[in-house]
Ligand binder design. Structure first.
Ligand code: PLP
Length: 407
């Protein structure tokens, strides 16, 4: 759906320009030798993986033809299959576990056929993929996820060497890289990131060196958005930013020093306006009573759209650039706002539910704070009923890729 035919409907506008700006900021942060893998799992954090992948694959960053990013990462093979024929390499982050459960085998075959990089953490999974690839007469790209302290997925450091050599011995597998994931990288002061990096390098240095002697170049990667900005020593060969690409500071607070631009703006239109007398109760549980005679606007968005019920009576929406408080409980499909101080508001006027201005009172930072969560969860939670619309033709800006170290 395009911008015009969706007018009047609740929608999120996805700025291609802001997305490419953020890709440029990330490129500058890592320098020319480090590859950038855009994390577009969970429908690109609610931004529409289709729009985001299209923008990143089909637009360039500058007049020298620099691609916006070098590769894409998704969580599952299904997510990769939903992309419109991505022209960049794709890595699947969720580790392959049991290839012979349910649809897994068919999925793995499709991934191998498409040349996607599969993540493995166990010898059994590696052997299974090798067998499937062998039967297809193909080679499967795999990477090894090492657990260096997250205690989630990943092969324990002590078993890494054995797994790496087991993969290398399989003729139907091609070893792409070694990876790990950080637990606290958005904290500049927390020494745990350095500890995880040290453990990762100690575990993977010997195998990386041995393979290099055989002419095999391993891509080592660990940096998520937080690490890209706070821990430059973690950039290694490739970085995997997600949140920063969408223009949100991984620290969860707007940092004016970081030139990221929020990519998403969530809007709807006021469905109707009603006059209410002082003392009138509003919504389920009558949690708000008008303290004065006022006008209430009905906004067609609710918790089924991911506008959390915990935001009730706590946040504002923007109307004509002014804050309109959410009053009463957010319900499944509707929310009321108080228009007392916006007399010019009319039915049909646009409401900004979540702003793309990072210091707006309706920013994702503010919504996350008031809902006692993080921007990630707010973005990923925006429901399917909300249309995703790409806006803004990117303009080329002259920015040196060699750029300075922003940290
Ligand atoms: C989600 C994810 C990322 C991206 O994290 P951000 O904090 O959004 O930058 C990177 N690596 C892995 C393995 C992930 O699961």
């Amino acid at each position: 759906m395009d911008a015009r035919s969706s007018a009047g409907e609740p929608r999120v506008l996805i700025s291609r320009e802001a997305l490419l700006n953020n890709a440029r900021v990330l490129r500058q942060a890592v320098g020319p030798k480090v590859s950038v893998c855009a994390v577009i799992k969970a429908d690109a954090y609610g931004h529409s993986a289709r729009i985001v992948a299209d923008t990143l694959c089909n637009y360039i960053l500058d007049e020298w033809g620099t691609p916006a990013v070098n590769s894409l990462a998704v969580a599952t093979i299904d997510e990769a299959l939903a992309l419109p024929e991505p022209s960049l390499p794709v890595m699947v982050l969720r580790p392959v576990e049991n290839c012979f459960l349910g649809r897994q085998r068919q999925q793995i075959e499709l991934a191998i056929r498409n040349g996607w990089i599969l993540t493995v953490c166990s010898g059994a999974a590696a052997d299974d993929i090798a067998r499937i690839a062998m039967q297809m007469n193909a080679r499967a790209y795999v990477q090894v996820m090492v657990d260096t302290g997250m205690s989630r997925s990943g092969v324990p450091e002590g078993q890494f060497d054995e797994l790496a050599s087991r993969i290398e011995r399989q003729v139907s597998l091609r070893l792409f890289g070694f990876a790990t994931h950080f637990a606290c990288s958005e904290e500049e002061q927390d020494p745990f990131t350095q500890e995880q990096l040290d453990r990762f390098l100690a575990a993977t240095d010997p195998a990386t060196a041995t393979l290099k002697e055989k002419g095999i170049n391993i891509v080592r990667h660990c940096a998520n958005s937080g690490a890209v900005f706070c821990w430059p020593q973690t950039h290694l060969d490739l970085v995997r930013p997600g949140l920063a690409l969408y223009g949100i500071d991984p620290g969860g607070r707007y940092d004016p020093g970081l030139p990221l631009q929020p990519v998403m703006k969530w809007t709807a239109n006021i469905l109707l306006i009603r006059d209410v007398r002082q003392g009138t109760g509003v919504g389920y549980g009558q949690t708000w009573h008008a303290p004065y005679d006022t006008r209430l606007g009905l906004v067609p968005v609710g918790y089924a759209d991911g506008y959390l019920r915990s935001l009730s009576n706590k946040v504002v929406m923007m109307v004509h650039g002014k804050p309109a408080p959410v009053v009463g409980r957010v319900s499944m499909d509707m929310t009321m706002i108080d228009l007392k101080h916006i007399p010019e508001a009319m039915p049909g006027d646009e409401v900004t539910i979540m702003d793309d201005i990072p210091d707006s009172p309706a920013s994702v930072y503010e919504l996350a704070k008031q809902a006692d969560t993080i921007p990630y969860e707010i973005l990923c939670g925006i429901g399917d009923r909300v249309h995703r619309i790409a806006v803004g033709e990117p303009v080329l800006q002259e920015v040196g890729i060699e750029g300075s170290d922003p940290s």
